[in-house]
Design a protein around this ligand. Sequence first.
Ligand SMILES: NC(=O)c1ccc[n+]([C@@H]2O[C@H](COP(=O)([O-])OP(=O)(O)OC[C@H]3O[C@@H](n4cnc5c(N)ncnc54)[C@H](OP(=O)(O)O)[C@@H]3O)[C@@H](O)[C@H]2O)c1
Length: 301
Amino acid sequence: MTKTLIVGATGLLGNELLRASKKYGNEVHALVRSKTRLNAEKMKTLEAVGATIHVGDLDDYDSLLKACKAVDCVISSVNWQSGDERTLIQAAKDAGVKRFIPSAFGLDFTVATPGSSLIIDNFSAVYSSLLAAGLPYTLIHTGGFFTYWVATLGDMTKLGSPLPPEEVNLYGDGKVKGSFVSESDVATVTVRALNDPKMENQAIHIGANTITQNEMIEMWEKMSGRSVRKISVMSDDIENIIASSVSQDQKVILSVAQLKRSYWIRGESVKHSTRSKAAEELYPDLPFQTVQEGLTRLLHH
Ligand SMILES: NC(=O)c1ccc[n+]([C@@H]2O[C@H](COP(=O)([O-])OP(=O)(O)OC[C@H]3O[C@@H](n4cnc5c(N)ncnc54)[C@H](OP(=O)(O)O)[C@@H]3O)[C@@H](O)[C@H]2O)c1
């Protein structure tokens, strides 16, 4: 039984990773911050899967080393604002961890335009650290998560409002294809790859759903019988937001605008390096959720 540590287990993807790890027979461990340990709501899924809890923090090397020494493999699902993943990589290396999956769950950063996104550049930096450490790894390239990209009909600025929105920003001509996947499918592929000896030092991409923003909006309108107002946001408008978001407190606005440019203007989420293997071919038994299924769930909410 693989002993798997999830760092970031109380997060959106982390919760799904807990469930998938349990489902595929891993012994589940989770690193949890001391304050979060006291949050009963956040601890629910960890308790449901019987995870062994290690109290620690990305900033605390000793806590990371201790947790890593208790396991065979590590999956990181912290977010780009959580802290420096390099300390975790060092601890995993020092503990002799056999496989590390970094928190780079987004478009394939190896084909994205370098220097054009805080989040994607962070994925690249973490990967460079993994290579430098010589730690066995697997990269999971996902495209956009349903919660962020499908529920919002492709407009992440609508997060926090009732979804799907009645009015969306339509980026560019709305005809650029993007790639999207449910968080639970990301977790399933991650855990399958973690336990798959062939996937050591390899990359996987999940490209089960490709769709344009126009098509996604039209699909929702047909299913729901509602109409969605579209506000046109052209490439220059996004460039202006990016150019003017320079202060520290505009980092979220900046990173969201950069991602929209990558997905809806440059079409980078459907591009993959030649070394990356398609999850649908590697694991043909997996029934990937479709965009239509993702939207259907919202209809019944
Ligand atoms: N492609 C997409 O559309 C998309 C969308 C969203 C996320 N993602 C990716 O998915 C991954 C996970 O993101 P997420 O949205 O699931 O993250 P999230 O919900 O924000 O969760 C972050 C997790 O990291 C933990 N954490 C934060 N700071 C920490 C620290 N200093 N030490 C230890 N743990 C810490 C949090 O713990 P607490 O509970 O203690 O705060 C939480 O468990 C990232 O790679 C992200 O880029 C991709």
